[in-house]
Design a protein around this ligand. Sequence first.
Ligand SMILES: Cc1cc2nc3c(=O)[nH]c(=O)nc-3n(C[C@H](O)[C@H](O)[C@H](O)COP(=O)(O)OP(=O)(O)OC[C@H]3O[C@@H](n4cnc5c(N)ncnc54)[C@H](O)[C@@H]3O)c2cc1C
Length: 367
Amino acid sequence: MSTARWRAPGAPAWLRTSLGSTVARRLFLDRAVDFWLGEVDPAWSLTERRARVVSVTRETRDATTFTLDPGARWPGNRAGQYATVDVEVDGARVRRCYSLASGPGERTVAITVKRVAGGRASNFMHDHLRPGAVVGLGDPRGDFVLPAALPARILLLSGGSGITPVMSMLRDLAARDALRDVAFVHCARTRDDVIFRAELEALAARHEGLTLTLSHDDEGGPLDAARLTALVPDAFEHDTFLCGPEGMMATFEAAWTRAGASRRLRRERFGAPRAVPAGVAPTTVTLRLSRSDRSHVTDAPGTLLEQLERAGERPAFGCRMGICNTCRCTRRAGAVVDTVTGVVSREPDEEIRLCTSVALTDVDLAL
Ligand SMILES: Cc1cc2nc3c(=O)[nH]c(=O)nc-3n(C[C@H](O)[C@H](O)[C@H](O)COP(=O)(O)OP(=O)(O)OC[C@H]3O[C@@H](n4cnc5c(N)ncnc54)[C@H](O)[C@@H]3O)c2cc1C
């Protein structure tokens, strides 16, 4: 977490001025100021952005929208971007990434969270986050966004909770009165599992330029490329924005590649596809955790994060795909390959990401 930047979204006006900030800094260390601000109001902080939950809306049996007030210092986001959200679960801070489902330019931002079986953050949020609660909120990030010059034909293609970033794009296009040639195709297990269904149907009824297709797995199986091109005959000629579960992503990535249309396909993933090079990683490695003085011998393949979790460790992580850096740590010795970049790290004391690194030798980590 950054410690030097002044961010007190909900703090009194005098504290947000540069004189107020300087005086506060002269009197206290940032963290001490933070402590006392937090005692007065949990949403006030010098060292991080905190957002207050203003409403909680149940969307489906396992998806809930949390509308957050990010305060005056929110830099604004583009439709399709995500942010990290920090919650405290059993006394430990847990950070996860969530796409901002709201349209850009609103005073509040909304995230829609699907409950994941056994998941720490999603279950905590569903069970405990109520209006008035305060969460940590990172800056908006990501390049899964509508281009500044809008494409002539747009296909928004999503599955399950992957609807969130494309819903933000749809809301943005509607607010800009730019729903001219937009196909929105969303897949869900059943009709009742369609997140934002009423709003989607209302938008489609209001805008001639929006064609809405809702595909339910229980009425004909998961959508495949043949059925998609029957629904949207010139699908490959649309600038397409895809976000959904891994199987769906793989199906449509392959279809766009076969059609020679990959450059028209933009994707957002909520998890990383594994690309551990076959035969590269040894079958048995020892992971030494030098700070806690523990060692684990592991013979099941996977990233360092997965191997540590299987060994009973609980290292901090956020995105599990190498974008949020929550699981970054120092590799003191040994060699690892980063499965996203392909870079091999073997010099002593290099920073690595546990969620994307695979051990090539025994490894010593500063954990
Ligand atoms: C860019 C981006 C945008 C995203 N946007 C959204 C969004 O809009 N909506 C949304 O719902 N999600 C979104 N996600 C996914 C989200 O970040 C979380 O991954 C998701 O909410 C699950 O988090 P969790 O803490 O509940 O589950 P985790 O605690 O991370 O658990 C995930 C799974 O791993 C298993 N697991 C956990 N710990 C262990 C362990 N020690 N050993 C073995 N298995 C374990 C759990 O049982 C569970 O099945 C997004 C992700 C990214 C990267």
